[in-house]
Design a binder for this molecule. Structure first.
Ligand code: HAX
Length: 462
């Protein structure tokens, strides 16, 4: 087995990969996945062999032109968005995860290493297993210097999401899978190399994101990692919150709730599509981040806070409910899209919104921005419902996240999607590992022309 042992301050041009044995957490996870694979492969094999012609749904012309909304085109056993209940990660709701995942020492908030174990292995980890993942991350967390140089070489006004995506792409040079593929590893073993790449990338991403933050907003004043901290708290420490237990807990919460949202949202699907060509985890995750950077997806996070601040500028003191309602109607009637509201799948308040809302009620009940976000939550769903256009009038995860970040002093809202991305890498990589483990083929649907569609519908006379 091949593993990346990490490297200290590598020079550009020097190879950084070395042969070694994987760390204990990777070995444990490999064994756990390998033990499950015969059963998974037989289940999938039986479905395709015995029920290959079973029809899941029809696709309408409206769906083809309408973003293939509602067409069931993916299988994700890692997470599922129930329209009326929200996300379940490996079957567990957000409140269940907050209770059941092993906790970081001295807090009621989970170790993200435990969540990653769950996503990969489909089993709740013990405290020891969660700590092993954290330890493996620590051991692999050194980022080669050339990645930082790529980030530094970019113009100052480059969006942080561009820097994040570029950094991931720059790391592609480290891919164990790409190197092993060139050497001719067997298809059945691809997933093990993907797992190696996934651990290396997820281990390094907090340091990369912190570097971007410090470069852009703290005059490049880097803060060294704190090896005593877990993955999420260490990230918080590296952007200046080493002494702030409350923000570290918020970081743990954020990293859990943003980690995955089933397989067909823009970032997950983009990443899956790219990996289906056997592009490695770095290529796939860089593509996923590019999708996350769109305002209708992860960038909504920053748009929400920008919008809340605009509203606050109009109502420097909190508006009374009637004034807010009038203002929101004006916005809606003028055709504005209110960021943080609506969802392509959900038909209820996003539980990822709720858990942050509860956190804010506990730790910052009097914060002005939070109270404004809260007032909007009281009024806007009713307005959107009465207007009757939006399929889901309820808030999604992004409606509130920025308000909390802002409260703690992370006021640079163009960074918010990066925070989302650091968490989402967990889901993207877990999907990639399992896609290779189950031998999923290259994804290649078929496109039509408008003329062909016109001919098809004219034949039916409808
Ligand atoms: N405010 C005002 N109008 C809205 C709206 C909102 N928040 N959300 C949807 N609409 C409008 C749409 O523009 C559409 O109008 P038209 O028919 O005139 O085009 C109509 O309502 C129907 O849209 P929909 O079917 O309910 O929504 P979609 O499935 O097409 O899109 C979106 C779902 C999330 C993209 C959409 O609700 C939106 O743009 N919301 C604001 C941006 C946002 O919060 N994005 C984050 C989503 C969560 C996420 O991925 N996070 O990463």
């Amino acid at each position: 087995m091949v593993a990346y042992t990490g490297s200290e301050k590598e020079k550009i041009g020097q190879p950084s990969l070395v042969l070694s044995t994987p760390g204990p957490a990777v070995r444990m996870i490999q064994e756990k996945i390998a033990a499950q694979l015969p059963s998974w492969r037989s289940r999938v094999g039986r479905l395709t062999r015995e029920h290959g012609n079973y029809k899941i749904c029809d696709v309408t012309v409206e769906q083809i032109y309408g973003g293939i909304r509602g067409v069931q085109i993916q299988v994700s056993d890692i997470s599922y968005v129930d329209p009326s209940q929200g996300i379940r990660l490996r079957g567990y709701t957000i409140p269940e995860l907050m209770t059941l995942l092993p906790k970081a020492p001295g807090t009621e908030y989970p170790l993200v290493g435990g969540l990653y174990y769950l996503l990969l292995v489909d089993e709740l980890p013990s405290d020891e297993q969660a700590c092993m993942v954290e330890e493996e991350w620590r051991a692999r967390s050194t980022v080669p210097d050339y990645v930082y140089q790529v980030i530094q070489a970019m113009p100052e006004d480059t969006h942080p999401m561009t820097l994040l995506s570029q950094a991931i792409l720059a790391l592609q040079r480290e891919s164990v899978f790409s190197r092993e593929y060139a050497r001719g590893i067997k298809k059945a073993d691809y997933w093990e190399a993907y797992l190696e790449d996934s651990f290396n990338l997820t281990a390094k991403l907090p340091a990369i994101a912190a570097f971007i933050y410090n470069l852009k907003y703290r005059q490049g004043d880097a803060i060294p990692p704190d090896p005593a901290q877990d993955w999420a708290a260490n990230f918080a420490a590296m952007i200046g919150y080493g002494d702030n237990q409350e923000y570290q807990d918020f970081s743990r919460l954020v990293m859990v709730i943003h980690s995955d949202h089933e397989g067909a949202n823009v970032s997950a699907h983009a990443s899956h599509l790219v990996a289906s060509a056997l592009s490695d985890v770095y290529y796939a995750c860089s593509a996923g981040m590019d999708g996350l950077a769109g305002p209708l997806h992860g960038l909504a996070n920053q748009e929400c806070l920008r919008w809340l601040l605009d509203v606050k500028a109009i109502f420097p003191d909190l508006p009374n409910p009637e004034a807010l309602e009038t203002f929101l109607w004006e916005q809606i009637n003028a055709g504005a899209i209110i960021p943080g509201y609506g969802h392509a799948v959900l038909r209820t308040t996003d539980p990822r919104f709720t858990v942050q809302y509860e956190f804010a009620k506990k730790y910052m009940p009097d914060d002005k921005i939070f109270r404004l976000a809260s007032q909007v939550y009281d009024v806007l769903p009713g307005i959107l419902t009465r207007q009757g256009k939006v399929k889901n009038p309820w808030p999604n995860v992004d409606a509130i996240n920025g308000a909390l970040q802002y409260h703690y002093g992370v006021t640079q809202f163009d960074f918010y999607t990066v925070l989302f991305g650091v968490s989402r890498i967990l889901g993207l990589t877990a999907h990639a590992v399992w896609s290779r483990a189950l031998g999923k083929p290259i994804e290649r649907p078929k496109s039509l022309t408008t003329r062909l569609l016109e001919e098809m519908v004219s034949k039916t006379g409808r």
